[in-house]
Design a binder for this molecule. Structure first.
Ligand code: ATP
Length: 242
């Protein structure tokens, strides 16, 4: 039986008077790849930021829990310690630091250094290009390599649930495919659970176990790719066209 990891219930968020999410319900089970798809401004990043605890000062109602533990009121650091790591949009690497140093940033709080070393090996096996460039400054990597670096860094924090905001942004289609293949492999080899924001309906139909289509801060459609593959249904939910 599937085990519920993340549960978001009736989440509403406003930036000042602007509502960004209106009563959003969403859940993620252990080992799932769940994708949130929607246009610019649909509310995808707001959903992730709410889960990661980085929406301080915004008006929020509803509830979010991880393995049954309520997350409201917890700091981003406390939420990270519970096993959630967020990879924000835009690939924030430390450009002057080497690839290896960037990867190690998330590991300093972890006491078991042998385990960290083993996991670093796993990351390098999964992303051989990062191994080849481990002594290069992260700022000199390509966009795809930087995306892999920030994903690797998030994994090394010992996260169980990764929140990845638009990993394909600005990447060539072939590079995006590589990133998604690596993400699926991470799920397989490390048993990670993934919540991913995307703008492309084609991609979510290909890679997700389950999909939420967001528009105007509301879930307009949800289900498995098999159920949603009927192009018209998903397009209608995405664009709001009849
Ligand atoms: P994108 O792909 O552009 O990041 P998104 O689906 O992630 O889009 P959000 O960034 O969550 O959408 O935005 C949802 C709504 O909230 C939009 O109307 C947006 O303009 C608004 N919004 C987001 N961040 C802020 C902010 N810091 N201040 C005011 N309004 C905001």
């Amino acid at each position: 039986m599937s085990r519920r990891i993340l549960e978001v219930q009736s989440l509403s968020v406003s930036y000042g008077k602007t509502p960004a999410l209106r009563g959003l319900n969403l859940h993620v089970d252990q080992g799932e790849v769940v994708c949130i798809v929607g246009q610019n401004g649909a509310g995808k990043s707001t959903t992730m930021n709410a889960v990661a605890g980085s929406l301080s000062g915004r008006r929020e109602s509803g509830s979010i829990s991880l393995n049954g533990i309520p997350l409201q009121g917890k700091s981003p650091e406390a939420i990270a310690r519970l096993g959630i790591s967020m990879v924000p949009e835009g690939r924030h690497v430390f450009p002057e630091m080497s690839v290896l140093e960037n990867l190690k940033v998330g590991t300093y709080m972890r006491p078991n250094r042998n385990r960290v070393a083993q996991e670093l090996d796993t990351i390098f096996q999964l992303f051989p290009r990062l191994y080849e460039r481990r002594h290069s400054a992260a700022g000199n990597l390509s966009g795809g390599e930087q995306q892999m670096l920030v994903i690797g860094r998030a994994v090394l924090t010992d996260a169980k649930l990764l929140l990845i905001d638009e990993p394909s942004l600005g990447l060539a289609p072939r590079v995006t495919e590589d990133v998604y293949r690596a993400l699926l492999k991470l799920r397989e080899t490390k048993g990670l659970t993934l919540l991913i924001n995307e703008q492309s309906t084609n991609r979510v139909l290909r890679y997700a176990d389950r999909i939420y289509v967001l528009r105007g801060g509301e879930v307009r459609l949800t289900g498995t790719p098999d159920r949603l593959r009927d192009g018209d249904t998903i397009r209608e939910a995405y664009f709001g066209l009849p």
